[in-house]
Write a protein that binds this ligand. Structure first.
Ligand SMILES: O=C(O)CCC(=O)C(=O)O
Ligand SMILES: [Fe+2]
Length: 243
């Protein structure tokens, strides 16, 4: 058979970094800096890792995040959406999601046998949809539920996209009272009503990572008004294989 002399059709290599992708600071010092063991705040619904980011890394991140083009949300939400008044930056960044997952100790902590039953399936990484929030004085996120979303995940280890869904919200607090941020608690309402006597307020702690269950089992929650200073949060989600 005659050899095909036509040049091979080779696809242009995908850009290593999408245009507009932030040049996120390195995780310095190398993470983790503490033993990462989840502490349960609400049984099977809310867990935290304190000091997930050390303070100086939070400071480096906040300085960097300030340079991003944050957009202040319009006051009037789309129908069905919660009122959210904050400054926000959003990017699809699979590489950063993967760094946060596998270069910080988070992956090992999440997959540890003591907690692996919580996540609603086999966790394969974090949602590439990365959101950065800054709340200044007077800003807040009104009470709402977080939805589960379908995502297609490719990781350096499994480059073929895997169909996944989000099951838990991840919030990483970069500031707290220690930096002059007053208020801004994330408040959970376990009985679907906003009663003061039932509320579970969680004050931001610099470097604390919080995970809460979302989708059908999501608790009603809000980001309470910031009274002074700035609350900075990075938000993504845990993703499990979709069956
Ligand atoms: O900022 C907070 O404390 C809550 C954020 C939140 O509820 C969300 O991102 O869905
Ligand atoms: Fe939420």
């Amino acid at each position: 058979m005659a050899k095909d002399k036509r040049p091979k059709q080779t696809a242009a290599p995908a850009p290593a970094v999408n245009p507009g992708t932030p040049d996120w600071p390195a995780f310095k010092p190398p993470l983790p800096v503490v033993d990462l063991e989840f502490e349960s705040l609400v049984e099977d619904k809310v867990v935290v890792l304190r000091s997930f980011f050390p303070k100086n890394l939070c400071r480096d991140y906040v300085s960097f995040l300030k340079t991003l083009p944050l957009i202040t949300t319009p006051g009037k939400p789309k129908r069905g959406d919660a009122v959210r008044v904050n400054d926000r930056f959003q990017i699809q960044d699979a590489r950063f999601a993967d760094r946060l997952w596998s270069e910080t100790g988070l992956k090992d902590a999440v997959l540890h046998e003591t907690v692996s039953h919580l996540w609603g399936g086999q966790v394969i990484g974090l949602n590439p949809n990365i959101r950065v929030y800054r709340y200044t004085k007077g800003q807040f996120f009104d009470a709402h539920y977080d939805d589960s979303n379908n995502v297609s995940l490719s990781t350096p280890i499994a480059p073929a996209p895997t169909q996944a869904k989000t099951t838990w919200t991840l919030l990483l607090y970069l500031t707290s009272q220690a930096e002059g941020c007053m208020g801004g608690e994330t408040v959970f309402y376990p009985h679907d009503r906003r009663l003061a006597r039932e509320e579970i307020p969680i004050a931001p702690e610099t470097g604390m990572l919080l995970l809460h269950k979302h989708g059908d089992d999501c608790m009603l929650h809000e980001g309470r008004e910031v009274k002074a200073g700035e609350k900075w949060v990075i938000r993504t989600d845990l993703c499990v294989v979709r069956k």
